[in-house]
Ligand binder design. Structure first.
Ligand code: SF4
Ligand code: SF4
Length: 294
């Protein structure tokens, strides 16, 4: 077997033990390390004092850790949680808007544990810049939140993006973000990285457009799409937008399931989630750490 084939096989094995990418892997646990507080985008459904709702349920603010603190947490959780197979960076802001700390955290863990799966979630704005570095760091699974593939629709979803020192708004913001998201996924998928795309259902804004988003993701070689309901956050621009019901979200997933694999079991976890998807122990772990002498 050549190197590429070995790498491919390794990543396939990792997908089998990733509880988010394989709904049959529910006995495996993951840990999210909250080392990424900043964000370079403003989604209209987000209030930045909470966790990034692209990956995490809003309403809880996760305490941010330094890479060293995150490494210590990983070591202590690994000793206690059997079947810990995945380390993820999922906010509380955007993993790539805090690339230095994301990178340092992954390096510390990789030195200690050459096998554990690395997973990361991002809005995708900085993906073209960092895709190769992520691969070098050993990240095998990447989630990008893409709510539209039409800048006119994106303009209604994103208040602004901060890119190359400039704040962009409206369709310009949407076009830059979309182009970087698509190019980022192309770069990752072409090198065998498993890509998941999160799509937040926004009634009256992107709900009828979601099948088009999914078809585009399929054409780029994404592995699965995760269509999620929006959880309204008080103080956000979309606080009064009526959220799609589970039934409505499932109906969209069913339609899109004809195009590609759909995730039905996402828990919209916190940025410091720990444990199995059906048994999150992050609160226990947090309390314990706070109670420990410094
Ligand atoms: Fe909020 Fe996440 Fe959007 Fe950033 S990417 S504004 S943290 S929802
Ligand atoms: Fe998995 Fe969804 Fe939780 Fe992310 S938010 S760790 S995809 S279940």
């Amino acid at each position: 077997l050549d190197t590429a084939a070995i790498k491919k096989r390794e990543i396939e094995e990792k997908t089998k033990t990733h509880p988010c990418y394989n709904c049959g892997a529910h006995e495996y646990a993951r840990i999210h390390l909250p080392v990424a507080p900043h964000c370079n985008v403003q989604c209209n459904y987000c209030v930045r004092k909470f966790d990034c709702p692209n990956e995490s349920r809003p309403g809880v603010t996760t305490k941010v850790m330094t890479p060293e603190e995150a490494f210590d947490r990983y070591i202590s959780v690994k000793e206690k949680v059997p079947n810990l197979s995945v380390v993820g960076i999922a906010g509380p802001g955007d993993a790539l808007a805090n690339f230095g700390d994301t990178k340092r955290t992954l390096e510390l863990i990789r030195e200690y544990d050459p096998k554990v799966t690395f997973c990361l979630s991002t809005n995708g704005l900085m993906l073209p810049k960092y895709a190769d570095e992520l691969i070098k760091l050993g990240v095998s699974h990447v989630t990008v939140t893409i709510n539209a593939v039409d800048p006119r629709i994106s303009a209604k979803i994103y208040k602004f993006i901060d890119y190359m020192g400039i704040r962009f708004t409206g369709e310009n913001a949407g076009a830059i973000l979309l182009s970087n998201q698509l190019n980022g996924i192309r770069l990752l998928a072409s090198q065998g990285i498993i890509c998941k795309v999160n799509i937040v259902t926004l009634k009256g804004i992107n709900d009828t457009h979601i099948p088009e988003v999914v078809s585009k993701m399929k054409s780029l070689g994404c592995y699965v799409t995760n269509i999620m309901p929006m959880i309204p956050v008080k103080g956000s621009a979309f606080e009064n937008l009526v959220p799609a019901s589970n039934k409505e979200v499932n109906a969209i997933r069913d339609i899109c399931g004809e195009t590609m694999l759909q995730m039905y079991h996402c828990r919209q976890c916190r940025a410091d989630a720990v444990g199995r998807l059906d048994n999150d122990i992050s609160l226990e772990v947090n309390e314990k750490q706070q109670g420990e002498p410094a």
